[in-house]
Ligand binder design. Structure first.
Ligand SMILES: Nc1ncnc2c1ncn2[C@@H]1O[C@H](COP(=O)(O)O)[C@@H](O)[C@H]1OP(=O)(O)O
Ligand SMILES: [Mg+2]
Length: 947
C-alpha cells in the first residue's frame, strides 16, 4: 500500500528537478536575443519555454489523460522569425529530457537517454498547458519559471508545479535553484526543493533530491515579525504592506524576493507574513502563481486566503477570479493580519478625504495646524471604501455579445447584477469605450430603463440611495442601447463596501432576436430599448438578446457600411463601426457556450435590406426626403432563398448547428406601408418557400410567422420619421388657410359669405336706396346686389352689423340685428388659435406636440362655436325674410359656412393624430416590471433623474 498521490508526487519531483537543472544551466549561458517580450510586456526566455516543454512531456507520458494549465504557449515561438529561439528551446529541452535517470526516475515518463523529441512534439508539449482549467477533474498547473525578472537578475525564481483534484490542490512541488538552503546563511549552499502533499505535511530537500527536512512554521514573537513581499511594486502594493506593518507593530524590514520562493520562505519560517495586495484593479492572479506555494504553506501549518479571509478559488479557470489580494501566515497569526488589513483599508479610505490628506502633508512643527486638521479629519464621516467587482466575476450576468476587451457589441448587449445592500454603483470603463459617450439604459428592480451617458473612466451611476435599507436585494439591469457604434468596455464595477453581489437568477425564457435597423431601434429616442424585440422580450418577462444593426444584409455583401452580411456577422463579427480598428477583424467566432441559459426560441426578421426595389417601392417619405440610396440591395428573390453563397437556407443551417432543438421563428417582413393605406410586401411567397425547403430537409421546429397586416403607415412613419407630425401639420395648415379666408370674408372676398338670400321680388333695404335682388352675410359686413344692374354695395366693415328689409306691400320690416352677427367674430379667433396649433405641431418634443394637440382641439371648439353662429344667422335670416309679407325670399348657406364646417373636422383630426401618436409612443415606452427574484418591495424606486 502506498500513500495517496505518491505517484503524482514522484512524477512532479522528477519533472521539477529536471526543469531546475535546465533553468540553472540556461541562466549561466543566456545570451542576448534568447528572450521575448510577451503581450503583457513581461519577459519570457528560452528557459521558460524549454522548462514547460520538459515538464509537460513528462506529465503527458505519466498521466496522458490529465489536463495542464501552464503559463506559456508556443504561438510566438512557432513564428518563422523566431526559429533560432525555437531551435534553442528544442536543444535545451532535449538535453534535460535525455539526461541520465536518477533515483526514483522512470523511463516510462519519457526521460533518460534516447528520449529526444522533435521540435513539433515539444511545441505541442508546451501547448498542452493551454487548458482553461475548471472545477472538476484532475488538473496540473505549472509556472516553468515563476519570477522571470528575478531569474534574469540572477535572484530568486522558482519552478512551480501543483496537482489539483476537483479544484483542490493535492500536491505542490517548488524548485528554487537560487534559494539558500539555510536562510541565515545567504552565502552558503543554494538550491531547494519544497514538496507538500495534502494531509502528509511539507518538506524541503536540496536540489539533488537529498536531505529531506520537515517544515513547520514557527510561532513568531511580535518583535520578530516581518513581511515577505514582491520585489516588483507593480505586482503588490508596498505602501499598503507598510500600513499593515504599522498597525501590527512590525519593526523589521520586509524581505523582498521574486516568485513563489516567498511561500517557501514562509513555510520555512524565514519570514512571518506573505502579503500581496493588488496594485491594478483589473489584474487577476493566476492559479500557477499560487497553487503549489499555497499547499506548501498550509502543510507547514499556515493558512493562505485572500485579503478578506476567503479561501483562494482554484476552480474558476486560469485565474483566481475575484479573490482580492493574497495573505499567508501561520494559523495563529493569520486572523490578526486579516484584522489589520481591514483597519488599513478603512484608514486608507478615510485618508482619501482631502482634509486628511492635508493633515498628513503638514509638517509636525506646525503642531496647531496639524492638530486642527487631524480633528477635522477624525470628525469627518469616513469615506466609503469601495468593493471592486472585476469584469470576470461569475456573479455578473452578461447577456448579448461581448468581445474580448470585454466590450459590448450589438445594441442591447449588457449585464445584470443582483446586489444586496446596494447604495453606490460605478462603472469603470476601459479605453475601448466609444468616445465621447455611450448611452446605456439602466433599470433597477425591473422598473423602466432610464438613459445614462457614460464614457471611458469612472462613471458613478446616479442611484437614489435615500430609500436604502439593509439586506435588500436590488436587480440592476444595464445595456448599451445605441443602435450602432456603441461599445462599453467594462473593466470593473465599484459598489459600496458593504454591498454583496449575489447570483442573478435569469428568467427561464430566453429569446434570441436576429434583425436589422427596425430591430436595432434605429432613430428611436432610446434605441434598441424601444425597439420591437426588446419590448417583446420585456413583455414576455424573458431574457433577450438582440443581434441587429441598421443596414445589415442577410447575404454576404457590402451593405450600408457593413462589409459582411448577417450570415457571417452572427457567428463571428464586428460592427461596421469597428471595421477599421485593428482589434477587430471579422475572424473571432462568438462563444455561444456563454449564452446561459441558451435561448428558448430564435426569432428572425430579415430581408428588407437586401430586397429589390421593385419588390419594395420607395415610400412617400423617402421620396420626400430624397434618401435616394435606400432602394435595397437588389438581391434577387431566388438568391435570397437559396443560392451557392450565403443565403437564408444556409444561414438557417448554421443557426441549427448552435441552436439544435430550439424553435426558429421566421417573421415575414412587416412590409413597406404607403400613405394611401396599401403595404408593399417584398419577397412575397419566398418565406413560405424557405420553410418548405427547410422542412423538406428534415427540420420541423421552424415556423413561419406571417406578419401581413401587422403594420400600417402610421405605425412606422408616424413616430419614427415624423410623418405623423407632417400629416398633423398639414391638417392644421389647411384649417388655418380656410379659416383665414373665411375671416377676411366680405367685402374683400365677395363669395365668402356665411348665408345669402335671393329675392324674387324687388325689395328695399334700410342700407340701400335702390331695389335689391340679393344680399350676402359676411363676417364683417353685408353686401347687396342691385336689382337693376347687379352692382354690389357693401356696408362698412363693422363688428356686429345689422340689416333691415322692407316689405314692398306693407310697412312690415324684417331686421337681422347686430346681436346675430356679432358672434361671427369668433372665426378669426379660431384662425389665430389654429395658427399656434400649427406652429407647435412641427415640434417632435412630446410635451409640445401635446400642447399642439390641445390647441387644435381648442381651435376646433371655437370653430364649432363660430359654425353655430353661422347656423343661427342662416336660420334666423331664412325665418325672418321668409315670413315677410309679399316677399319671395330664398335664404341659402354660403361658402364660408361650409368652409367653417370643414375646418372644424380638420382641426378635430389634427388634434386626434397627436393624441393617438402619443398613445402609441407611450406603448413603445412601456416597460414591464417583473420581479423574478425573491426581493419584496423595491427600495430604489428609480434612478435620480439628474441627467
Ligand atoms: N499587476 C500584477 N499584479 C500582481 N502580479 C502580477 C502582475 N503582473 C504580473 N504579475 C505576476 O506576478 C508574478 C511574480 O510575482 P512576484 O513579483 O511576487 O515575484 C509573476 O507570475 C507575474 O506574472 P507574469 O509571469 O505573467 O509576469
Ligand atoms: Mg509566475
Amino acid at each position: 500500500m502506498s500513500l495517496k498521490y505518491a505517484l503524482e508526487k514522484e512524477v512532479a519531483v522528477a519533472a521539477v528537478l529536471r526543469a531546475c537543472k535546465l533553468t540553472s544551466s540556461v541562466f549561466n549561458k543566456l545570451v542576448k536575443g534568447e528572450q521575448l517580450t510577451k503581450g503583457d510586456k513581461s519577459p519570457v526566455t528560452v528557459g521558460d519555454y524549454a522548462a514547460q516543454a520538459v515538464v509537460n512531456t513528462i506529465l503527458a507520458n505519466a498521466f496522458p489523460d490529465d489536463k495542464v494549465v501552464g503559463e506559456e504557449d508556443s504561438s510566438d515561438l512557432r513564428l518563422e522569425t523566431n526559429s533560432d529561439l525555437r531551435n534553442r528551446v528544442v536543444e535545451l529541452a532535449n538535453q534535460a529530457l535525455t539526461d541520465d535517470l536518477t533515483l526514483g526516475d522512470n523511463v516510462q515518463w519519457g526521460i533518460g537517454p534516447g528520449s529526444e523529441r522533435t521540435s513539433g512534439e515539444l511545441m505541442n508539449a508546451i501547448d498542452r498547458g493551454n487548458h482553461e482549467g475548471g472545477k472538476v477533474g484532475r488538473l496540473w498547473t505549472l509556472d516553468p519559471i515563476d519570477g522571470t525578472k528575478g531569474f534574469l537578475r540572477g535572484e530568486q525564481y522558482a519552478v512551480c508545479l501543483a496537482f489539483l483534484v476537483d479544484s483542490k490542490v493535492q500536491v505542490g512541488v517548488i524548485g528554487c535553484p537560487n534559494l539558500p538552503v539555510v536562510a541565515t546563511n545567504p552565502d552558503g549552499r543554494r538550491g531547494c526543493l519544497l514538496i507538500a502533499v495534502r494531509g502528509q505535511g511539507a518538506e524541503q530537500r536540496s536540489l539533488d533530491n537529498s536531505n529531506p527536512q520537515r517544515l513547520a512554521i514557527p510561532k513568531f514573537k511580535d518583535a520578530d515579525l516581518n513581511f515577505l513581499e514582491s520585489v516588483d511594486p507593480g505586482h503588490s502594493s508596498h505602501g499598503f504592506n507598510e500600513r499593515v506593518a504599522r498597525i501590527l507593530n512590525v519593526s523589521r524590514e520586509p524581505t523582498r524576493m521574486d516568485s513563489q520562493a516567498k511561500y517557501c520562505a514562509l513555510a520555512r519560517g524565514d519570514g512571518a507574513i506573505y502579503l500581496r495586495m493588488p496594485v491594478r484593479a483589473d489584474y487577476e492572479e493566476k492559479i500557477w502563481d499560487h497553487a503549489a506555494g499555497c499547499l506548501i504553506v498550509e502543510e507547514a501549518g499556515g493558512l493562505v486566503t485572500d485579503s478578506c479571509g476567503e479561501a483562494l478559488k482554484f476552480g474558476l479557470g486560469r485565474t483566481l477570479g475575484q479573490n482580492f489580494g493574497v495573505v499567508g501566515a501561520g494559523k495563529d497569526l493569520h486572523s490578526k493580519v486579516i484584522e489589520a488589513i481591514k483597519r488599513a483599508k478603512q484608514e486608507e479610505a478615510a485618508e482619501n478625504q482631502p482634509v486628511c490628506l492635508l493633515w498628513s502633508s503638514v509638517r509636525f512643527d506646525m503642531l496647531v495646524v496639524k492638530s486642527i486638521l487631524l480633528l477635522s479629519c477624525l470628525m469627518l464621516p469616513k469615506a466609503q471604501a469601495e468593493k471592486i467587482v472585476r469584469n470576470t466575476d461569475p456573479q455578473i450576468y452578461y447577456h448579448g455579445r461581448w468581445d474580448k476587451s470585454p466590450g459590448t457589441w450589438w445594441a442591447g448587449t449588457g449585464f445584470k447584477l443582483n446586489v444586496q445592500n446596494l447604495r453606490t454603483l460605478a462603472l469603470n470603463l476601459g479605453p475601448h469605450t466609444t468616445s465621447p459617450t455611450v448611452p446605456i439604459g439602466v433599470s433597477l428592480d425591473y422598473e423602466a430603463f432610464v438613459t445614462v451617458n457614460i464614457s471611458a473612466g469612472n462613471n458613478v451611476l446616479p442611484l437614489d440611495s435615500s430609500e436604502s435599507s439593509e439586506k435588500k436585494n436590488t436587480v440592476v439591469r444595464i445595456n448599451s442601447w445605441g443602435w450602432q457604434n456603441n461599445r462599453v468596455n467594462l473593466e470593473s464595477i465599484a459598489l459600496n463596501a458593504d454591498a454583496k453581489l449575489l447570483p442573478y437568477t435569469p428568467s427561464r425564457l430566453t429569446l434570441q432576436f436576429i434583425g436589422d435597423s427596425l430591430s436595432a431601434g434605429q432613430y428611436l429616442p432610446q434605441g434598441v430599448d424601444q425597439a420591437w424585440p426588446f419590448l417583446v422580450g420585456e413583455a414576455f418577462k424573458a431574457e433577450h438578446v438582440v443581434v441587429a444593426q441598421p443596414g445589415i444584409a442577410l447575404t454576404d455583401i457590402v451593405s450600408y457600411g457593413n462589409p459582411r452580411g448577417m450570415s457571417v456577422q452572427f457567428f463571428k463579427t464586428e460592427d461596421s463601426g469597428y471595421y477599421y480598428s485593428t482589434d477587430h477583424n471579422y475572424t473571432t467566432p462568438w462563444d455561444f457556450s456563454r449564452d446561459v441559459p441558451s435561448p428558448s426560441a430564435v426569432i428572425l426578421h430579415l430581408g428588407y435590406i437586401v430586397s429589390t426595389s421593385e419588390d419594395r417601392p420607395v415610400h412617400y417619405l423617402q421620396s420626400q426626403l430624397n434618401r435616394a440610396n435606400d432602394n435595397g440591395q437588389n438581391v434577387p428573390a431566388d438568391t435570397f432563398v437559396q443560392a451557392s453563397t450565403l443565403n437564408y437556407l444556409v444561414f438557417l443551417g448554421h443557426l441549427r448547428k448552435i441552436y439544435r432543438t430550439q424553435p426558429l421563428l421566421i417573421l415575414t417582413p412587416w412590409g413597406w406601408p404607403q400613405p394611401d393605406g396599401t403595404v408593399g410586401y417584398y419577397y412575397q411567397g419566398k418565406y413560405e418557400e424557405i420553410l418548405n425547403l427547410w422542412k423538406a430537409a428534415g427540420d420541423h421546429s421552424t415556423y413561419l410567422v406571417n406578419t401581413t397586416g401587422w403594420v400600417t403607415y402610421d405605425d412606422i412613419f408616424h413616430d419614427l420619421y415624423g410623418a405623423g407630425v407632417l400629416k398633423n401639420s398639414a391638417k392644421s395648415l389647411c384649417a388655418l388657410v380656410l379659416l383665414i379666408i373665411v375671416s377676411i370674408s366680405l367685402p374683400s372676398f365677395s363669395a365668402m359669405d356665411v348665408a345669402r338670400t335671393h329675392f324674387g321680388t324687388e325689395i328695399l333695404s334700410d342700407n340701400e336706396d335702390d331695389a335689391i335682388s340679393q344680399l350676402r352675410f359676411g363676417i364683417w359686413s353685408v353686401c347687396f346686389y342691385r336689382a337693376s344692374d347687379g352692382d354690389r354695395f357693401c356696408s362698412p366693415r363693422h363688428h356686429g352689423y345689422a340689416v333691415s328689409i322692407q316689405s314692398p306691400t306693407s310697412s312690415d320690416t324684417a331686421t337681422v340685428g347686430s346681436s346675430w352677427t356679432r358672434g361671427l367674430a369668433i372665426h378669426p379667433v379660431a384662425a389665430a388659435i389654429t395658427f399656434f396649433a400649427l406652429l407647435f405641431s412641427f415640434s417632435t418634443h412630446v410635451t409640445i406636440t401635446l400642447v399642439a394637440s390641445l390647441l387644435s382641439f381648442l381651435a376646433a371648439l371655437l370653430t364649432l362655436i363660430a359654425f353655430a353662429c353661422d347656423i343661427a344667422l342662416f336660420a334666423f335670416a331664412k325665418h325672418k325674410f321668409g315670413d315677410l309679407d309679399g316677399v319671395d325670399a330664398d335664404t341659402d348657406t354660403g361658402p364660408a359656412f361650409w368652409l367653417t364646417f370643414v375646418s372644424f373636422f380638420l382641426l378635430c383630426f389634427a388634434g386626434c393624430t397627436v393624441c393617438f401618436g402619443r398613445r402609441r409612443a407611450r406603448m413603445n415606452n412601456a416597460s414591464s416590471s417583473y420581479p423574478m427574484t425573491t426581493s419584496s418591495t423595491p427600495f430604489w424606486k428609480r434612478l435620480r433623474r439628474i441627467y
